[in-house]
Ligand binder design. Structure first.
Ligand code: HEC
Ligand code: HEC
Length: 298
């Protein structure tokens, strides 16, 4: 019920709430009585600005009635619903329970739909509009904040709509990525290459791999040093999906294009993580979202 470790705050809030209600009631009773001190003309006897008299009329009946109803309502509410410290309320309502119930209700409603999806292969799911609509709704809820609502990603977050895969684009690879998450680890390697000139030369060599604008002389000097990189990115920079090492020979850049971006990643390295979704999505949902990602890549 309560997020507080000690019962102090629960008690303090209950006392303040009850005192508040009692004070409202007391105010109502006291202000109903003041008429006894009235002077003969029905005023309090206070006069301002020569002829402005403060009257002491009783509170209108309808107003007192409304006030009483709000007080009764608050007492009834506190008896039925949780409101007084840690007291649960007679109805046993809680926001957590309501949320869980709604979740169970939703599961029940979509269960038959997913039971139908469970019989279909990934390829057939892609061809089933209801499955792709369910996939899109999962994507917008769980993935879009990082990969963009259209799946095109942004710097550091891969574009899922192209055919360039860091970790593989097969149904198995995508399922594994979504279930267990992935981590891409590019170590800082400037020291292994030598001085700043060596780093610049290798950066130009990397640019030459994809035929991007580069200085050919520097690239030629950088080439022999690329061995350090080839261990992960492959001899020709073609990438290695087993390590999540990107293809450097295409013009698709996860961390930005150009000499500055490449130098930055060589000097500082980069750790990039896709969070595991196993806890958030069930087996059927993972099948549907995998098919949806495959469709994005087509
Ligand atoms: C907190 C941000 C975040 C969320 C949420 C997220 N991802 Fe990712 N995802 C990443 C990052 C970052 C990578 C790249 C990891 C790397 O660099 O190796 C990635 C990689 C991937 C890849 C591999 C791409 C490739 O080229 O191999 C797939 C597929 C993927 N995500 C799908 C999803 C799906 C589907 C969801 C929702 C269920 C999702 N992601 C939710 C951040 C996120
Ligand atoms: C231990 C393996 C490993 C080595 C060695 C390595 N890299 Fe990487 N590199 C990676 C990984 C993994 C990523 C992807 C990081 C991510 O997921 O964000 C990466 C990313 C990059 C990128 C960004 C690519 C893009 O699309 O934006 C560049 C550029 C790069 N590396 C260049 C190099 C160079 C140059 C060397 C050699 C000096 C090198 N790497 C050595 C693993 C490696």
């Amino acid at each position: 019920m309560s997020d507080f470790v000690s019962s102090f705050w629960g008690i303090a809030i209950s006392v303040a709430t009850i005192l508040g209600i009692v004070a409202c009631l007391a105010l109502l009773i006291i202000s109903g009585r003041t008429q006894s001190s009235q002077s003969s003309d029905g005023s309090t006897g206070h006069i301002w600005d020569e002829d402005l008299r403060e009257m002491n009329n009783p509170l209108p009946f309808w107003w007192v009635g409304l006030f009483l109803i709000t007080i009764l309502f608050s007492v009834g509410y506190l008896v039925l619903y949780p409101g007084l410290g840690t007291a649960a309320g007679l109805l046993g309502w809680s926001s957590v329970k309501q949320h869980t119930d709604e979740g169970i209700e939703l599961e029940k409603r979509i269960a038959p739909l997913y039971a139908r999806f469970a019989k279909l292969s990934h390829e057939d799911l892609i061809k089933t509009p209801e499955a792709m609509a369910a996939g899109q709704s999962i994507f917008l809820n769980q993935c879009a904040q990082c990969h963009g609502s259209d799946g095109r990603g942004s710097r550091g977050f891969p574009n899922l709509t192209d055919k360039d895969w860091l970790h593989g684009g097969t149904a198995e690879a995508i399922t594994a990525t979504i279930k267990q998450g992935r981590q891409g680890m590019m170590p800082p390697l400037a020291a292994a290459l030598g001085d700043a000139n060596d780093v610049a030369n290798v950066a130009h060599y990397v640019l030459s791999l994809s035929n991007s604008a580069h200085d050919a002389a520097k690239a030629a000097l950088g080439k022999p040093k690329f061995g350090v990189c080839a261990a992960c990115h492959g001899a020709n920079g073609e990438g290695n999906q087993a390590l999540g090492a990107p293809n450097l020979s295409d013009k698709i850049w996860l961390h930005g294009q150009g000499e500055a971006a490449i130098t930055n990643i060589i000097v500082n390295g980069r750790v990039n993580a896709m969070p595991a979704q196993e806890q958030k999505l069930n087996e059927d949902q993972i099948r549907v979202i995998t098919a949806y990602v495959m469709k994005l890549g087509q």
